[in-house]
Design a binder for this molecule. Structure first.
Ligand code: SAM
Ligand code: SF4
Ligand code: F3S
Length: 444
């Protein structure tokens, strides 16, 4: 009889990709993906350490899970992801209900650990070994693919922004070999994937050298462009410093690269960017923005902002606000600075909580107002949507437009995996609601 496994995933797209790869791997041990958390043989918590009380959230989740299994046989409980990497042994000491702690660069060992797991014999595995990890996964078919699929091309970070845990939890930058990425992409396309989202903590820092040349992310985009079955290409998350000419050029030469760039700036003040060790100025960011807009005016930008970084004055904050008004970002994220253990900024003097909340509100008011205005301008327009799936328990379809907005509409399930025209009839800040146009099957 097959064994049941459930992975609960927090954090960024890379964790989502990793969870799916773990599912692919444990299948070889006879595990099948369970839809719920009851009667499991193995429970994995794939964690994120980027902000706030990440560690406490994990113990809270384990406590909740423990209650669920009070009167049942305990499954193997695994903590994976960035909290596992940061906390390692400590977690096993503090919560004996946890059996295995495994960091993101050790997932190639997960089958071994599960296969040889003996009750009460706790395991901790947090080495950085990206080469072995990807070599292992290169031989496992990526089966958890959907219409839109993530594909990790680069992992880790050498930039060490003062606020960020990623260099400590994901390790140094590592770029996968070009041909391995392409064969994984071919496999995805063969399985019906229509959109590939190239992933990396610094995805545009991708650099792989073989004897002939250095491959960059632009080479991957250009190669993917040639697969007729593939309709859309995206990448995330990029760093302003690595927006090189060859990548910018793709916004004019590629028909499949979507006209949407998520390019975090964090602050509109050069003083704060310097304190953050961001390695770029506001002016350099605007230059990249304007160059891309010039070669393709359809391109829209979104960004990430950290509010109330230690030392941020009202003037610095107003610089961020002005930048937001000037560049008109769509779909952006904003967070109050959260001190992370082990990072350079962790011991700096925090800005008053009430001031920080007020600043965040002001930033979000501006971001959201613009987002809603933009969405409203789409009412009665017909837009191109890649249909991803049917919505749970609803007779509606879900897809995305070129700018990653969610689009919800009535339609036939035959539309799934196709590009169709949807007329927008209503919107809110986050989603567009529409109806399908006649003769849509031909629009694919
Ligand atoms: N590599 C990307 C870059 O360089 O912009 C970002 C990666 S991080 C996973 C995603 C976002 O989380 C960051 O852009 C930043 O805005 C936010 N973030 C990271 N550390 C944070 C912290 N300590 N407090 C608040 N927000 C944070
Ligand atoms: Fe974190 Fe900075 Fe690296 Fe992005 S570039 S992952 S924010 S250290
Ligand atoms: Fe979180 Fe780790 Fe991603 S800290 S944002 S899961 S890289």
């Amino acid at each position: 009889m097959s064994k049941k496994i459930f992975i609960k995933t927090f954090g960024c797209q890379m964790n989502e990709y990793d969870s799916n790869r773990i599912y692919d791997s444990v299948k070889r041990l006879g595990f099948t993906k369970s839809k719920d958390q009851n009667n499991l043989d193995c429970f994995i918590l794939n964690t994120c350490h980027i902000r706030d009380k990440a560690k406490e959230k994990v113990y809270h989740e384990i406590g909740r899970f423990k209650k669920l299994y009070k009167k049942k046989n305990k499954p193997i409980v695994v903590v994976a992801g960035c909290v596992a990497q940061a906390e390692n042994q400590e977690m096993l000491k503090r919560e004996p209900y946890i059996d295995i702690v495994i960091g993101p660069q050790s997932y190639h060992k997960i089958n071994d650990k599960l296969k040889n797991f003996i009750k009460d014999n706790k395991i901790e595995e947090t080495e950085f070994d990206s080469v072995s990890k990807f070599n292992y996964f290169d031989n496992i078919e990526n089966q958890n693919s959907k219409v839109s699929s993530f594909l990790t091309i680069q992992e880790g970070c050498d930039k060490f922004c003062t606020f960020c845990v990623v260099p400590y939890t994901r390790g140094p930058e590592y770029s996968r070999p070009f041909n391995k990425i392409i064969s994984e992409a071919e496999n995805l396309i063969k399985n019906g994937v229509k959109e590939i989202i190239l992933l990396g903590q610094n995805v545009n820092a991708y650099s792989y050298n073989d004897k002939l040349k250095e491959y960059r992310i632009s080479d991957l985009i250009n190669k993917l462009e040639s697969y007729s079955e593939l309709k859309r290409i995206r990448y995330t998350t990029s760093h302003p410093k690595d927006m090189t000419d060859d990548l910018i050029e793709c916004y004019s030469s590629s028909k499949k690269l979507m006209p949407f760039v998520h390019l975090p700036i964090q602050s509109g003040s050069n003083k704060i960017l310097k304190l953050m060790n961001r390695k770029h100025t506001v002016e350099q960011y605007i230059e990249v923005y304007e160059r891309i807009k010039k070669i393709n005016p359809l391109v829209e930008f979104s960004s990430d902002f950290i509010i109330s970084y230690p030392g941020e004055t009202n003037e610095d904050f107003n610089d961020t606000l002005s930048l937001i008004k000037k560049l008109k970002f769509i779909n952006s994220y904003s967070f109050i600075f959260s001190p992370r253990p082990g990072t350079k900024a962790s011991n700096l003097k925090m800005i008053d909580k009430e001031i920080s909340k007020e600043r965040l509100l002001k930033i979000q008011e501006n971001l959201f107002k613009f987002q809603l205005k933009l969405n409203k301008s789409l009412i009665n327009k017909t837009i191109d949507v890649l249909v991803e799936n049917k919505m749970n328990d609803q007779n509606k379809l879900f897809g995305r437009n070129k700018y990653m907005n969610s689009v919800i509409f009535d339609g036939d399930h035959n539309f799934i995996g196709k590009n169709i025209n949807v007329k927008i009839i209503d919107v809110n800040q986050n989603s567009l609601f529409g109806k399908t146009q006649k003769n849509n099957m031909r629009a694919a």
